[in-house]
Design a protein around this ligand. Structure first.
Ligand SMILES: Nc1ncnc2c1ncn2[C@@H]1O[C@H](COP(=O)(O)OP(=O)(O)OP(=O)(O)O)[C@@H](O)[C@H]1O
Length: 373
C-alpha cells in the first residue's frame, strides 16, 4: 500500500477509536457503585449548606478512581448549583498559584492573569464569589503525591480547608486521590493538622471484571467481529498479570492499529504477538510526557552512560556542560527523577566523606528510548 492509499483508505476497524483514549469517559461504568455512593454521601452535607466530608480515595493505578470522581462530580452539578466541584490533576498543577488558578477557572470560566496578580487577591476573589453565591467547594486533587515534592501539600490543603476562617459561610472539602498506598503515610505527615479524611478504597479488579470492562470497550470501539473472543481472553490475561487495566485498553488500540496497518479486516494472533513484543509500559510513557526539556536531557545522559557506572558527580559535569545549568539545578532535577521513580540513587561509600552516589535506572533503557524522549 502506498502512503496515499493509507491516508485515503476510509475503511477502518474502529467504530470509535476515542474509546481507547486515556481520558475516555465510559457510559457503561460498573463495579464502582459502593465507592461512588460513599463519595455522594461525603458531598451530601454540602447540598444543605453543611460541610462536605473530606475523603482520601485510595487504590492502585487504573482502578477507576479518576473516572468515578468525575462521574460523581457531573451528577452533583446536574443535581444542584449549591456545590462547585473542581477536579485538578496535580501532575500538571503543582503550586498553590496553579491550584487556585484552576479553581478560579472553574468558577469564573477563565484563568486569572498569570503575572501581576498576587495569590491572595485571586484567593479572595474565589472565596468571595462562593460566599456571595452561598456555594460550597469540593476540590479533587488527583495524584496528590505530586504536591509533596516541594512541600506544597500542606499549604494547598490549608488554603482550601481553612477558607472559613476568613469567609465563615464558605464550606469546603477535599477529595485526595492517591494511587500508591505508600504515599498515604506521607500524606498524613504532610497535612495531618488540617486534613482528617474518611477512606474510600478502590480494590484491584478481578480477572472477570477486567474481561467485562474490556469486552464493553471492544463493543464501543470496534466494529462487530473485528476481534475474537479468544484474543480478548488473552488480552485479559495479560492485563490481569500486569495489574493495570490501562495496559489492556491501550493494547486493544495498538492491536487494532497493527491490524489496520497490515490492511487486515480483523485482528489476528500475529498482530497481538507483534504488539506485545514492541510494547512500551504505558505508565512510563505517561511519566515521560510531563518532563521538562532539562529533565529529559538529564535522563538521556543517564541512559547514555548507564553501563559506565558513573557517579552523580560525573553525571552532573556532563549535564552542566550540555545544558549550561548550575549544579543546584542538576541536584533538583536528579531529585525529581528519583521522586518520579525513573531512577534510584544509592550512596556508594566512596568520594568526599563517602557521599558519592550511584544513579540507577529503574526502567529498561530501551523502553525509554522507544518513547523518543
Ligand atoms: N469500572 C470501569 N469500567 C470501565 N472502564 C474503566 C473502569 N475502571 C477504570 N476504567 C478505565 O480504566 C482507565 C483508568 O481509569 P482511571 O483513570 O479512572 O483510573 P485511576 O484509578 O484514576 O488511575 P490512576 O491512579 O493511574 O490515575 C480509564 O480508561 C477508565 O475509563
Amino acid at each position: 500500500m502506498g502512503i496515499e492509499d493509507i491516508l485515503l483508505d476510509g475503511e477502518s476497524l474502529f467504530r470509535n477509536i476515542s474509546a481507547f483514549n486515556p481520558d475516555y469517559m465510559p457510559d457503561n461504568y460498573n463495579f464502582r457503585d459502593s465507592q461512588m455512593e460513599a463519595m455522594a454521601i461525603s458531598i451530601r452535607p454540602a447540598l444543605n449548606e453543611g460541610r462536605p466530608i473530606n475523603s482520601i480515595i485510595l487504590g492502585h493505578c487504573a482502578t477507576g478512581k479518576t473516572t468515578a470522581v468525575k462521574k460523581v462530580f457531573d451528577l452533583v452539578e446536574e443535581t444542584s448549583d449549591k456545590v462547585v466541584c473542581c477536579y485538578i490533576n496535580c501532575q500538571l498543577h503543582t503550586t498553590r498559584f496553579g491550584i487556585i488558578s484552576q479553581i478560579h477557572q472553574k468558577i469564573f470560566g477563565h484563568l486569572p492573569p498569570e503575572t501581576g496578580t498576587p495569590f491572595s487577591r485571586i484567593y479572595q476573589r474565589v472565596m468571595k464569589e462562593l460566599s456571595d453565591n452561598k456555594q460550597a467547594l469540593i476540590v479533587a486533587l488527583d495524584d496528590v503525591n505530586y504536591l509533596f515534592h516541594n512541600q506544597h501539600a500542606n499549604k494547598v490543603f490549608y488554603d482550601i480547608l481553612r477558607a472559613y476562617e476568613i469567609f465563615p459561610e464558605v464550606k469546603t472539602g477535599i477529595f485526595a486521590i492517591l494511587s500508591d498506598l505508600e504515599f498515604k503515610v506521607a500524606l498524613d505527615k504532610n497535612v495531618n493538622t488540617v486534613f482528617v479524611p474518611q477512606e474510600i478504597l478502590f480494590s484491584p479488579y478481578t480477572r472477570s471484571e477486567i474481561l467485562t470492562i474490556l469486552t464493553d470497550r471492544v463493543n464501543v470501539g470496534f466494529y462487530p467481529n473485528v476481534i475474537s473472543q479468544d484474543l480478548i481472553e488473552q488480552i485479559t490475561d495479560y492485563t490481569f498479570e500486569s495489574g493495570d487495566l490501562r495496559v489492556g485498553i491501550d493494547l486493544l488500540r495498538v492491536v487494532g492499529n497493527m491490524a489496520e496497518s497490515h490492511a487486515s479486516r480483523a485482528i489476528e494472533q500475529k498482530h497481538l504477538d507483534e504488539s506485545l513484543s514492541s510494547r512500551i509500559p504505558v505508565k512510563l510513557t505517561q511519566t515521560l510526557s510531563v518532563l521538562s526539556k532539562h529533565e529529559k536531557s538529564l535522563l538521556k545522559i543517564i541512559i547514555d552512560y548507564h553501563d559506565k557506572d558513573l557517579s552523580a558527580g560525573d553525571l552532573s559535569k556532563l549535564f552542566i556542560k550540555e545544558t549550561n545549568s548550575s549544579n543546584a539545578s542538576f541536584s533538583r532535577i536528579l531529585e525529581k527523577l528519583e521522586f518520579l521513580r525513573l531512577i534510584d540513587t544509592k550512596f556508594t561509600g566512596k568520594g568526599v566523606r563517602g557521599k558519592s552516589r550511584q544513579v540507577i535506572l529503574r526502567f529498561n533503557p530501551e523502553d525509554i528510548t522507544k518513547c523518543k524522549i
